[in-house]
Design a protein around this ligand. Structure first.
Ligand SMILES: [Mn+2]
Length: 321
């Protein structure tokens, strides 16, 4: 069993460095910090480090990464890479210094990292996979590890709302709650909005546009971001304010970054938007993907592709029925 094999590698290693994707979300940061807590709680003598930038947001409840990590430590460590399918998106490319690499991920497979690979697209979150590994190996789980892992499960599943939430997701979430997740504290942190965020979301819901065949979209220019005083990640990340609109199959946010490139967040009710994201150099899940395109011109092309995808599927549907 792969979960036993990986735990065995962890057991053998004296020093471990945990990596995850750039711009970490709740699942990436939660898996990283949760796994660190899990390993140090079960094996107190092991040295465990977390690579990558400190997330100013998630660090408030999960703590900081080890930004002073030396090349030497990475060279001598087992490297575990979480929640990322392509090498270019790994935060801190020095993972390559290690000769022992393990990947644990739930995204659609993109490329091998050159070690043990555990990719399970049926898992809702990487945190769900880490939880499974913990239980498969009868590992001890403390409240801190449980809270970090639970955070990844609830954020990647939209609080168990998204369609790839499975019985397994709920079972592992329940098992974590049993280990002492601080739900009250976690939820008040996750749900809190600043006033500017609420006003920005309201603006998007009033001003979004739709294409002919049912793509709801929002162009967030630098001027608009400045007007609302929101950062480039928050802009694109607000895409879910357009979910569940009748007649809309795909919703997408385009947010201009500081460097002039445009960050694209794609969400879909059923159509595979990851195909379009991949075409433009991005990736992700079938119903939730992202990309960064070089200009507004390319962004318009991507939007046209999405509209065509909706059009084709409507024609296909008519042909069947
Ligand atoms: Mn994830």
């Amino acid at each position: 069993m792969i979960t036993k094999k990986i735990w065995q590698e962890i057991r053998k290693a004296e020093s471990i460095v945990i990596f995850r994707h750039i711009k970490p979300d709740g699942d990436a940061y939660g898996a990283q910090m949760g796994l660190k807590e899990l390993i140090t709680f079960n094996f107190p003598t092991k040295k465990v480090y977390c690579a990558g930038e400190i997330s100013s947001h998630w660090s408030k409840i999960m703590g900081d990464t080890d930004t002073d990590l030396s090349d030497e430590i990475i060279k001598q460590s087992l490297v575990i890479i979480l929640d990322v399918a392509n090498k270019a998106r790994i935060d801190d490319q020095r993972f390559l210094f290690s000769s022992k690499i393990i990947k644990i991920d739930h995204h659609i497979f993109v490329e091998e990292f050159g070690g043990i690979e555990w990719v399970d697209t049926s898992s809702m979150a990487t945190c769900e996979m880490i939880t499974k590994m913990a239980f498969d190996n009868n590992a001890k789980i403390n409240s801190k590890a449980a809270t970090n892992l639970y955070c990844g499960i609830i954020t990647d599943s939209g609080r168990f709302l998204f369609s790839n939430t499975t019985a397994q997701t709920l079972i592992y979430a329940a098992k974590l709650i049993d280990k002492g997740v601080d739900i009250n504290n976690l939820y008040s942190f996750i749900y809190e909005n600043t006033e500017k965020e609420v006003r920005f979301k309201g603006y998007c819901q009033l001003n979004y546009k739709t294409t002919e065949h049912g793509v709801a979209y929002m162009f967030i220019t630098s001027e608009l971001r400045k007007q609302f005083n929101i950062n480039e990640n928050y802009g694109a990340g607000s895409v879910n304010v357009l979910s569940n609109i009748e007649g809309v199959n795909i919703h997408v946010f385009f947010s201009e970054k500081e460097d002039g490139k445009v960050k694209v967040e794609l969400r879909s009710k059923a159509l595979p938007v990851n195909i379009i994201a991949t075409k433009y150099g991005g990736g992700g899940h079938k119903l939730a993907s992202g990309a960064i395109v070089p200009s507004w011109e390319i962004a318009e092309q991507l939007l046209k592709d999405l509209d065509d995808l909706c059009k084709e599927s409507a024609e296909h549907y008519e042909a069947i029925f």
